[in-house]
Design a protein around this ligand. Structure first.
Ligand code: NDP
Length: 504
């Protein structure tokens, strides 16, 4: 089976008839670029069991030794950047430099996670408070054990590595289920990790379709980190609820870019086009909607159109945009564009003919009917819906009306941060686009239909560890209210103390 970004299933032509393996295809040509096992639940459980043993060993290595291994892995990724970028290109079709850029971000995040894990997660003292002054209080963040990571195909290295790198740095083993469209990228990551950690399968791979992902959720892993569509995220959460397995759910988005009247319009147009159309629009934090203040809307649209018209999709490594990786997504894009145009929208760039499978040429729409799919649902193609607003505040209000809340962008010289803080979004870029994803210290994740939990940053490390709190008695105190041996006056004395210290 293969899926649309909204999670609908359809038959997958590339599956072999015996259904014990499946093929990975180059979306530009349909050529088979790899064959992978279709793991069933029994095989998934075996992989998880081995990872459990590996996880205990990995946790016991401690921060310093894990950092050493993760640094070695990073060096290996740096040396292999072109090779892995080639695998990404062959499975997603994206331009080679886009794949390289994806890996640059992976490497920087891995560096950050390995370096910061000890500082963020190690045992540390906390204040013991007025009532427990005789106690030494500490908290440390201990690994869960085995983390199941389920990844999408659009950034097949960057997206899952946001969980994998941080989960490993926190001391967990990881079983990774890549998208059925990009198993080769998963294989490469896992094999390269095994070169620096040959002792145990600390990072293990399981391959297959959605059923394999479902089996991973039910396998008894200690946490599931899912990135993918909202529809599948709900299924993952439902499956995990059976065993109270904690989940991190990173789903889709319908991110907005707000252009204020005092914005640098050239920069805003550049950002809208890159944010909406790079990776052929297949970016969870891609710009899908633009709200531009009426006073500057004509000029902004001119600048956007000028830039978008120049972009050419193609299969060659130097093309501006690659193909739509998942064949069924082309129909979603077609439906969004057609419905909008049939409902009265106008195409400033492209139009119905822009959809030429497996490629989609840039499309910029205005006057899109409110509530139409192109305005509210994730399109996941190189399209922009541009809407005029009275002022930037109306833009923020309209942006906040959707169900998604992943990222957001504001272009404004005077009010960028103020407007950004009002956006209902997990991450905001002011006067740039998508920048937050490249800052390892910043947590990444959304609200509403975009999911919950965070990868990246200190929160991303803590997402893969559970706090263990501890108190240790430093000395005995005469007034112990938590004992049957307490005297009548003890609680009264404690109440007096709390009145004195907390009564004002
Ligand atoms: P899907 O939801 O279709 O699939 C995601 C992963 O889940 C795949 O590995 C898939 O396997 C697996 N899966 C499918 N069914 C199940 C199931 N029942 N139980 C467990 N796992 C299952 O998403 P896509 O791969 O199509 O990715 C695109 C989506 O991802 C977009 O909505 C995009 O916005 C979102 N995304 C979100 C990001 C974020 O950080 N918030 C980042 C990147 C993408 P298989 O492929 O074999 O079906």
């Amino acid at each position: 089976m293969t899926r649309t970004a909204s999670g609908e299933a359809e038959p997958m032509a590339a599956a072999s008839s015996a259904q014990t393996t499946f093929d990975s295809l180059d979306p530009r040509t349909g050529e088979v670029v790899g064959r992978y096992p279709l793991h069933d639940a029994t095989e998934v459980n075996e992989i998880v069991e081995s990872a459990r043993v590996a996880g205990r060993w990995w946790a016991e290595l401690g921060f310093a030794e894990r950092k050493k291994r993760l640094d070695q892995w990073r060096a290996l990724l740096v040396r292999g950047i072109d090779e892995l970028a080639g695998v990404i290109c062959s499975e997603t079709g994206k331009p080679l430099d886009d794949a390289r850029l994806e890996l640059v971000l992976v490497i920087d995040h891995l560096h950050w996670a390995a370096n910061k894990a000890e500082k963020v997660l190690r045992r540390r003292k906390v204040g013991s408070g007025v009532l427990m002054a005789n106690q030494a209080a500490t908290v440390e963040y201990v690994p869960f054990g085995v983390v199941g990571v389920i990844g999408p195909w659009n950034y097949p290295a960057f997206t899952p590595m946001g969980s994998i790198a941080y989960a490993l740095a926190a001391g967990n083993s990881v079983v990774f289920k890549p998208s059925e469209l990009t198993p080769g990228v998963g294989r490469w990551l896992v094999d390269s990790f095994a070169e620096v950690v040959p002792e145990h399968p600390v990072l293990a791979l399981t391959t297959g379709f959605g059923e394999t992902g479902a089996a991973l959720c039910a396998s008894g892993v200690d946490k599931v980190a899912f990135t993918g569509s909202t529809a599948t995220g709900k299924r993952v959460m439902a499956a995990c609820s059976e065993t109270l397995t904690p989940v991190l759910v990173e789903c889709g988005g319908k991110d907005a870019l707000i252009v204020d009247s005092d914005a640098d319009l050239k920069a805003a147009a550049e950002a809208a086009v890159w944010g909406g159309m790079s990776n052929a629009g297949q970016t969870c934090i891609g710009v899908e909607r633009v709200f531009v203040v009426e006073a500057v809307a004509d000029r902004f649209l001119e600048l956007v159109a000028e830039r978008a018209k120049k972009l050419r999709p193609g299969g060659e490594p130097g093309a501006d945009l690659g193909p739509i990786t998942m064949p069924s997504q082309v129909e979603v894009i077609r439906r969004h564009v057609d419905e909008a145009l049939d409902g009265g929208a106008r195409a400033v760039v492209g139009g119905k003919d822009s959809v030429r499978p497996p490629f989609v040429e840039p499309v910029v729409l205005v006057d899109v009917p409110a509530g139409s799919a192109a305005a509210v649902d994730e399109t996941f193609g190189p399209t922009l819906v541009v809407e005029r607003v009275r002022d930037a505040d109306e833009g923020v209000e309209r942006a906040n009306q959707g169900n998604y809340g992943l990222g957001g962008t504001v272009f404004s010289r005077s009010r960028g941060v103020e407007l950004g803080r009002k956006l209902r979004a997990g991450m905001v870029a002011v006067n740039s686009v998508i920048a937050f994803a490249a800052v390892p210290a910043l947590p990444f994740g959304g609200v509403g239909d975009s999911g919950f939990g965070r990868i990246h940053g200190e929160d991303g490390l803590r997402e893969f560890a559970r706090p263990q709190s501890m108190t240790r008695t430093k000395f005995r105190i005469p007034l112990n209210p938590m004992s049957f041996a307490r005297s009548k006056g003890t609680v009264r004395a404690v109440v007096r103390l709390i009145r004195l210290t907390r009564g004002r």
